[in-house]
Design a protein around this ligand. Sequence first.
Ligand code: NCD
Length: 314
Amino acid sequence: MNGSRLHHLLSITDLDRTQAEQILETARAFLAVTRRPVRKVPTLRGKTIVNLFYEASTRTRTSFELAGKRLSADVINVSTQASSTKKGETLRDTVATLDAMHADVIVVRHAASGAPHFVARHARGAVVNAGDGMHEHPTQALLDAFTIQQHKGTDLSRLRIAICGDILHSRVARSNALLLRMLGAEVCFAGPRTMLPLDEAALGGTCYDRIETAIEGCDVVMMLRIQRERLGTALFPTTREYAREFGLNAARLAKAKPDAIVMHPGPMNRGVEISEEVADGAHSVVLNQVESGVAIRMAVLYMCASEPGTPLAS
Ligand code: NCD
């Protein structure tokens, strides 16, 4: 693939199906690069990528950094704990500062839904949303779709996918619902009633308040963490009760197809939404998701920041 460009990636709704498929196809080429003995190509030499993370992150921040470095870009990580944000600087001034330094891409994670859209209005470079509040996490959905393709083939149209846990507060659930449906999969949701949206039509799939019903006959089970940092009040009685009613264990997983895969974006809360035996079991593709994350972020950075006509790799 060559020549298809993205200005920003703020939401899955920025993509049409052709663009989403192009990112997935580009990531296949970059996955091969990440598996070579020398994992670096000159594709983004001379470009500057800034990771601006206002919320905690291990996988997403590291994989954006690795993705940029594997494309030979200069990658800067701004830790907001050690930045002028601590001295009262506004997001707008921080963005103006990075813009004056000619950042070609700003990768933003923020607790406020819509923050990356704000950054995009004030930066000349491309902006990639690395998770904004309860809104979206588009590169997570792309890496999840990519991981599913690696295990189930590129056509997702006959797959049934259950997303389970704290659906209401999850940007991962929202982005996945949009993307997986766009790619033709059937998506359903399960969680406590207090963690499901009131308007289930907004997600485009059936919501169940019993995890067993959602998992029955599924090809993919995606488990999500309780977003404690986004809960105003207690939405379930105790962690033990949550684990008993909504945790994925081997007995529940047995209701899915025999070759079902189990996914989790991380960080996992073992013993809460997922048992140890399932997290480390034969169906788990959690570490494949991590590997996919680097390839997908390379593809997104390439589409946002490469000069027109730059070959993928050499
Ligand atoms: C997710 C996130 O931050 O939204 N994690 C991630 O990016 N790997 C999910 C979560 O924190 O529960």
